[in-house]
Design a binder for this molecule. Structure first.
Ligand SMILES: Cc1ncc(C[n+]2csc(CCOP(=O)(O)OP(=O)(O)O)c2C)c(N)n1
Ligand SMILES: [Mg+2]
Length: 323
């Protein structure tokens, strides 16, 4: 795992955020299975380092767009557990007042456009936000999270090309988890990497280990600095793996057993725990304590959400943009 030189507070905060995302989603999965929570979910189990590493490189005023798999991005961008849990339960305490649900988590005040579940849909939106930042001469950066599948959509070509030709302050982050639902990337992408597509647009592109939270942070920091200083977009490809089904109904039988086994050994939280323990930046007791604190926060948020009201029918007429 790379690199060293960061203080323990910063490192433990990265660890805490990843554990929070993992435990939040595990708790939510059981609430679904128990029939207590409505809707569906797409968990980012195994991909937590992507959200946490990238968002740690951002300022609060920077803006992200997200996908059908947004829980990690939302929590890493500063949406609280109470706001996220409330939203998943469809309650007024949610970040979208209970009108969005799992696939539309977000809050513009926190720098997250409510997530867009149309694959590739966030790419032109993030590009447009970056154009606004540039036109208003604001030193803010837009980050577009997307899956590998999104890079085969027309919106990818149009959005990334536009970001490139107008030298916009945007970072395109591809979380390559090797599958678009059940379709292996190797069936639908002929190039060795997705990041090499960046050359066609004349922007830098790199492929890095997306399960190494520090490597993600360092790469994101560089891309964000480049964007903020007017040098234009970067395409970051983060190699990761979804150690759960595509959505809650999917047993992921298409993932080969050997591949799954390797992925579990390589998952980001266990790896980062080892990094911290090996360097004596934390002992096991401290890591266990973080997990306990996180679990308490999640339980309190479940109770608050269950006690909170649902939106009323007339609330659908509020929070609308009227031209
Ligand atoms: C335009 C569009 N086509 C199809 C779908 C259905 N769908 C939802 S997620 C998904 C797979 C997306 O794969 P990827 O972009 O790699 O993201 P991942 O699920 O791996 O995070 C598909 C096909 C959709 N939401 N939008
Ligand atoms: Mg994918």
């Amino acid at each position: 795992m790379s690199p060293t030189g960061y203080g323990p507070d910063f490192l433990l905060d990265l660890y805490r955020q990843m554990v929070l995302i993992r435990h939040f989603e595990e708790r939510v999965k059981y609430l679904f299975l128990e029939g207590v929570m409505p809707g569906t979910i797409h968990q980012c189990n195994g991909q937590e380092a992507c959200a946490v590493g990238v968002c740690a490189a951002l300022e609060p005023a920077d803006v992200i767009t997200s996908t059908h798999r947004p829980h990690g991005h939302a929590l890493a961008k500063g949406i609280t557990v109470v706001e996220a849990m409330g939203e998943l339960f469809g309650r007024t305490t949610g970040c979208c007042k209970g009108k969005g649900g799992s696939m539309h988590l977000g809050d513009l005040a926190k720098g997250m456009v409510p997530a867009i579940a149309i694959v590739g849909g966030g790419i032109p939106v993030a590009t447009g936000i970056a154009l606004a930042f540039k036109m208003k001469k604001e030193k803010r950066v837009a980050v577009c999270f997307m899956g590998d599948g999104a890079t085969n959509e027309g919106a990818f070509h149009e959005g990334v090309n536009m970001g490139a030709i107008w030298t916009l302050p945007v970072v395109y982050v591809v979380e390559n988890n090797l599958y678009g639902a059940s379709t292996p990337v190797s069936w639908v992408v002929r190039t060795k990497t997705i990041s090499e597509r960046s050359r066609l647009y004349g922007i830098p592109g790199v492929t890095i280990d997306g399960n190494d939270v520090l490597a993600v942070y360092v790469a994101a920091k560089k891309a964000v600095r480049r964007a903020r200083t007017g040098k234009g977009p970067t395409l970051l490809e983060l190699m990761t793996y979804r150690i759960t089904g595509h959505s809650r109904r999917d047993p992921a039988l298409y993932q080969p057993e050997e591949e799954k086994k390797r992925a579990l050994e390589n998952e980001p939280i266990g790896r980062f725990a080892k990094y911290l323990l090996d360097r004596q930046l934390a002992d096991q007791r401290r890591l266990d304590q973080i997990a306990e604190e996180v679990d308490q926060e999640i339980e309190a948020a479940v109770e608050m959400a269950l006690a909170a009201p649902q939106p009323k029918p007339e609330d659908t007429l509020q929070d609308l943009f009227v031209a």
